[in-house]
Write a protein that binds this ligand. Structure first.
Ligand code: SF4
Length: 289
């Protein structure tokens, strides 16, 4: 079992080293949850209605980060964030995007695509995160446009809309699929204000295990939601999968204010969970230690 940094950090840093000269690299493990607060940045902001701002896709892009070395394993990538979610996880790091996506103006998609085209020489792909991207009906058309630019696509999803994931896989629009498994399926009701059926998640797990692309399951180890018992039950569902990433819980910025006061597992305990997880999948990585 190795930390993610051991696997990918040097590889990506070597790549395009000159491009990043003078930029500050984030310390290993600072990316814990893809919807991390503060990751939604206005590095490209073009006002709607500006000449040339014709919309090519209906996807509602709420945030954009031009370059990331941490979010697409082994690749340099741009990050795109969509708004809205079908969960309200108490530990979510992006409550603004989840609870009030309308507060974030949409990025004009044609301008975004033009920016990505300019970056083609030094990015390998694009990470689509959120919020929950599969809720956006414009997602497939947008991904087709990314593929036309020759960019690889990584999708971060909570896996509750398997029919969308199936379609994207079927159309070969994904190169990497990362699916969150937040706790055992019977506890998903604790992640929302309404009942949550676990059946779609189970269907997604099977899709991921059968997918012919790079995949990862990932679990943020929130002590209130994931202990050794839960990890073993999840492990049975993931058995045989190529990669399971266990992420450290960062309480600050949690959607539910009371959860901001909770404690994360000490590193040794997270490593112990990693050892448990190793009994179920081909490879386990620890993220955020
Ligand atoms: S699935 Fe949970 S953690 Fe992810 S964006 Fe939605 S509410 Fe936040």
């Amino acid at each position: 079992m190795k930390s993610e940094e051991d696997y990918y950090g040097d590889q990506v840093r070597r790549k395009n080293r000159s491009l990043f000269k003078g930029l500050r690299f984030l310390p290993p493990g600072t990316t814990v949850e893809s919807g991390e607060k503060g990751r939604v940045q206005g590095s490209l902001r073009v006002q709607s209605g500006q000449p040339g701002a014709e919309k090519l896709s209906t996807i509602a892009v709420k945030g954009f980060q031009g370059t990331s070395l941490l979010d697409f394993p082994g690749r340099v990538a741009s990050l795109i964030f969509t708004g809205g979610c079908n969960l309200t996880c108490p530990f979510c790091h992006n409550p603004g995007l989840v609870l009030d996506p309308g507060a974030f103006p949409d990025f004009p998609v044609n301008e975004l695509l033009a920016d990505l085209k300019k970056r083609q020489s030094f990015i390998d792909g694009v990470v689509i995160s959120g919020g929950e991207p599969t809720l956006d009906t414009g997602l497939p058309a947008f991904l087709r446009q990314l593929k036309e630019l020759g960019l690889q696509v990584k999708l971060d999803t909570n896996g509750l809309l398997p029919e969308v994931i199936h379609r994207l896989l079927d159309e070969q629009l994904l190169d990497y699929l990362a699916v969150d498994i937040k706790t055992t399926p019977d506890r998903y009701g604790e992640l929302h204000t309404r009942p949550v059926s676990s059946a779609p998640l189970l269907r997604t797990i099977e899709l991921v295990k059968a997918a012919a692309i790079e995949t990862e399951f990932r679990t943020t180890c929130v002590p209130q939601l994931v202990g050794e018992d839960e990890l073993r039950l999840i492990g049975e569902l993931l058995r045989g999968a190529p990669l399971w990433v266990l992420q450290q819980f960062l309480p600050e910025h949690s959607l539910v204010v009371e959860w901001q006061e909770l404690s994360a597992y000490p590193p040794g305990q997270l490593e112990r969970l990693g050892q448990v997880a190793e009994g179920y999948v081909e490879r386990v990585l620890l993220r955020g230690l």
